[in-house]
Design a protein around this ligand. Structure first.
Ligand code: C5P
Length: 290
């Protein structure tokens, strides 16, 4: 039996870090959105109990790969093990802030569950996924979700916003743990700031529900921009290029360095992607995956 799963990239329409837990993980409030850009994974049950991963992408094939870690977490939760051959076709750039690894892990959980006769509910898969990565529960469910805790507590949002998305990046990837370590901690624990972040998240939820791109843009923030922009000059260049080409919002996703632009006009989005590609950036024209 073979199962094919798409692993959609995500963008953070907002990402506000509001504290740090005793275990070092950070508490955040983030509106996350799946986009059409996706990896494709093929899973086939094989005899024995190997997890045999094949890919052309420049990712580790050993046990450190998130596909491996997700499969091990699945088998531990299910109390059984079977062999599976996995072929990964990678389209999502690595270390970009688009959650590619987490999405591959989530696709692995969904696929193994299908190969295993739907043993678990989607919520149970999320609970298994959080041990693999904080974004994995979001990636299991996908769509538009407001995420709290370390990102694992997710709430589905209604989204009537139809827009065109350009995602672009240039230069080196960013290490997420290092980016977290460089954030300014002095503001955490301030109740007023956390409340302001909640209010902005509420405003973004209504903007999405009403399909209001300008209102969404007015409330969007990414705290990582403060620490990544000074060290990655391309991020600011790409933001400027997206805005100059008519984006209503241009903002870094995750801990970067990828930047997304939201456009109400398809032509402007297409032109923005083209001109970024001509200037040497990687740029993708895509849409929300709802
Ligand atoms: O959970 P995940 O493995 O994707 O996270 C990568 C790293 O990012 C963690 O090891 C941690 O250092 C940091 N992180 C964090 N707070 C979060 C999510 C991730 O500090 N909410």
């Amino acid at each position: 039996m073979t199962v094919i799963e798409k692993a959609h990239a995500k963008i953070n329409l907002s990402l506000e870090v509001v504290g740090r837990r005793a275990d070092g993980y950070h508490e955040l409030i983030s509106v996350m959105q799946s986009v059409s850009l996706a990896d494709e994974l093929k899973f086939t049950r094989i005899t024995g109990d190997d997890i045999a991963l094949k890919t052309d992408a420049d990712v580790p094939l050993d046990e450190s790969n998130l596909i491996h870690r997700a499969a091990k977490a699945y088998f531990k939760a299910a109390g059984l093990r079977f062999g599976v051959a996995v072929t990964l076709n990678k389209s999502i750039p690595l270390q970009a802030g688009m959650g590619g690894g987490s999405s591959d892990a989530a696709a692995t959980l969904r696929a193994l569950n299908k190969l295993d006769g739907d043993r678990f509910t989607p919520q149970q898969l999320c609970n298994i996924g959080v041990s693999v990565g904080a974004d994995v529960p979001f990636c299991v469910l996908g769509g538009t979700r407001l995420c709290r805790g370390i990102g694992e507590q997710t709430e589905g949002l209604e989204n009537r916003l139809r827009c065109h998305v350009v995602i672009a990046m240039q230069g080196e990837g960013v290490s997420t743990p290092l980016a977290f370590a460089r954030l300014d901690e002095s503001l955490w624990g301030d109740r007023a700031l956390a409340e302001a972040a909640e209010l902005r998240a509420d405003a973004m939820a209504s903007a999405l529900k009403n399909g209001e791109l300008e209102v969404l843009a007015a409330h969007a923030r990414n705290h990582f921009e403060q620490v990544i922009l000074p060290q990655h000059p391309y991020v600011a260049c790409i933001k400027r290029a997206l805005l100059a080409n008519g984006a209503a919002l241009a903002q870094m996703s995750g801990s970067g360095p990828c930047v997304f632009g939201l456009f109400s006009q398809a032509d402007a989005a297409k032109q923005a992607a083209l001109s970024l590609q001509q200037s040497g950036a990687q740029a993708f024209l895509c849409s929300f995956a709802l």
